[in-house]
Design a protein around this ligand. Structure first.
Ligand SMILES: NC(=O)C1=CN([C@@H]2O[C@H](COP(=O)(O)OP(=O)(O)OC[C@H]3O[C@@H](n4cnc5c(N)ncnc54)[C@H](O)[C@@H]3O)[C@@H](O)[C@H]2O)C=CC1
Length: 484
């Protein structure tokens, strides 16, 4: 099989197999062929991974931060040198076009490793005067063993966005990739070892939800970082709470993209397409509710339709392909169900809406106009290439409507009026906002959601809050004044 790894898991510095675990068949989304067979981790393998992580973490945390940073830097270099091969694997794992994976996946993982490699040595504490010559100093300590659980849309990036800060700040990690994209995280583990990370520091175990659940409740685990849907987030957050574990929850969204009539039409159309069709729409922060001001609507839809119909759909490994299949046939059915609901509930289909007559899980990039706030496609996360265009008249109206959702992952605004842009961005109830841009997530900037979209932030300076804990040390300098 064309993408069969050496073994299913990477534990304590080496690939390891146990075929008694339930099989996980990897299917190439573009043609339905099987490309690998892996197996779920057995309880013994899960235990082995956690034990290895717990052991490795102690020595790793004792290193100088610059030494830890050096390993992460080296891993980033290796990833960059192997970008072509890793991108091809990401395409096989996910079905995303090579055009995307070459620039957005392994390279984004490398950036996270570079960023946190440099960050590691800058983490310091505070000295707090408390009077009488006494003082308190604080240190930032690692949490210990962290568990990372990934979604399927960005398997390399998610593994790196979790591993890089965890490891930089002195933690170890056991990572469970999504069962539908299990291949790429194994490469991250392999590369970290090649870069000089100690055995056991970053382990990958495969499995479905039950494997994830057993990791979350293990006594050795101090923190859980999940990227996934809101229903899974609820379960994982609750399970982590049992053991009062730290969490980061990167969950779903239904983000608004607000376009005022003074915006550049080409930029706004480009952003709306980027925020709905990149990765075939399978991006958590997508701006799937596109609010367009009334005066601009005809021009916006005309350009949107023309540019959407020019998208090159095809075999993801081919150079010119811009748009590939959805991840699984089940997910395709789910997305087709939403398109059907859009039609039934009275939205106007501007373009797309149909499957492609070829093997693989392909659906056309789809645009609905005339969408109202109550329609299902305006309320629920489709996680596919289905754009809902809604009309608005005033700023106050659109802010209220944009925020009328239980999600709060991201939001965007396009306008030439910068005062308005900042006003609207301030009013958005969302963790990540863009002004005259969309879906750019540089590692330097914190990323994450509010409301049901999550807790905690990945990337940027904020990440240190989620992979360390503060210790206060009081230093007494006077005789002890005890009432007894
Ligand atoms: N906010 C963010 O950064 C991102 C959020 N997402 C969200 O992820 C979702 C799509 O990804 P999916 O893989 O379908 O999500 P999912 O929620 O079905 O699965 C996510 C991961 O959780 C695991 N899991 C399932 N049940 C579990 C349990 N009880 N305990 C522990 N682990 C469990 C799965 O095996 C998988 O590895 C969308 O809702 C999307 O918005 C995706 C990418 C980024």
């Amino acid at each position: 099989m064309r993408a069969q790894p050496q073994a299913s898991h990477f534990i304590d510095g080496a690939y390891i197999e146990d075929t008694s675990g339930a099989p996980i068949d990897c299917i190439y989304a573009a043609d339905g062929t099987q490309i690998a067979r892996l197996h779920e981790a057995t309880p013994a393998l899960i235990d082995k991974a956690l034990a290895a992580a717990a052991r490795a973490q102690v020595a790793w945390a004792a290193l100088r931060p610059v030494e830890r940073g050096r390993v992460l830097h080296k891993a980033a270099e290796i990833i960059r040198a192997r970008n072509a091969e890793l991108s091809e694997l990401e395409t096989l794992d996910t079905g995303k076009p090579l055009q995307e994976t070459l620039v957005a996946d392994a390279s984004s993982g490398a950036e996270a490793l570079e960023y946190f490699a440099g960050f590691a040595a800058t983490v310091t504490g505070q000295t707090v005067p408390v009077g009488g010559g006494d003082f308190v100093y604080t240190t930032r300590e690692p949490l210990g063993v962290c568990v990372g659980i990934g979604a399927w849309n960005y398997p390399t990036q998610i593994a790196c966005w979790k591993a890089a800060p965890a490891l930089a700040f002195g933690n170890a990690m056991v990572f469970k990739p999504s069962e539908v994209t299990p291949l790429c995280a194994l490469k991250v583990a392999e590369i970290l070892i090649e870069a000089g990370a100690p055995a056991g520091l970053f382990n990958v175990v495969q499995g479905r939800g039950a494997v994830g659940a057993s990791l979350v409740t293990d006594k050795r685990v101090a923190k859980v970082s999940l990227t996934g849907s809101v229903p899974t987030g609820r379960k994982v957050y609750a399970a982590a709470a049992e053991g009062i574990r730290h969490v980061t929850m990167e969950l779903g969204g239904k983000s608004p993209l607000v376009i005022f009539d003074d915006a550049s039409v080409e930029d706004a159309v480009g952003a709306a397409m980027l925020g709905n069709f990149y990765s075939s729409g399978q991006i958590c922060s997508n701006g799937t509710r596109v609010f367009v001001q009334k005066g601009l609507m005809p021009q916006f839809l005309e350009r949107l339709k023309a540019r959407t119909e020019a998208i090159v759909i095809g075999e993801p490994l081919e150079e010119e392909t811009q748009f590939g299949p959805l991840i699984t046939s089940e997910h395709l059915e789910k997305v087709m169900g939403y398109i059907e609901l859009g039609l039934q509930e009275g939205a106007t289909l501007i373009t797309g809406g149909a499957r492609l007559n070829r093997p693989g899980n392909y659906v056309q990039p789809t645009v609905f106009a005339g969408v109202t706030d109550e329609m299902t496609i305006a309320r629920e996360e489709v996680f596919g290439p289905v754009m809902a265009v809604l009309e608005f008249e005033s700023e106050a109206e659109v802010i209220a409507r944009a925020n009328a959702t239980e999600f709060g992952l991201a939001a965007g605004v396009f306008t030439a009026d910068l005062a308005r842009a900042h006003r609207v961005a301030a009013a958005f109830e969302a963790g990540t906002c863009w002004i005259n841009a969309y879906n750019l997530t540089p590692v330097e900037a914190p990323f994450g959601g509010s409301k049901l979209s999550g807790v905690g932030r990945e990337n940027g300076h904020a990440a240190v809050e989620y992979y360390t804990q503060v210790k206060s040390i009081y230093v007494g300098t006077a005789p002890v004044d005890s009432p007894y």
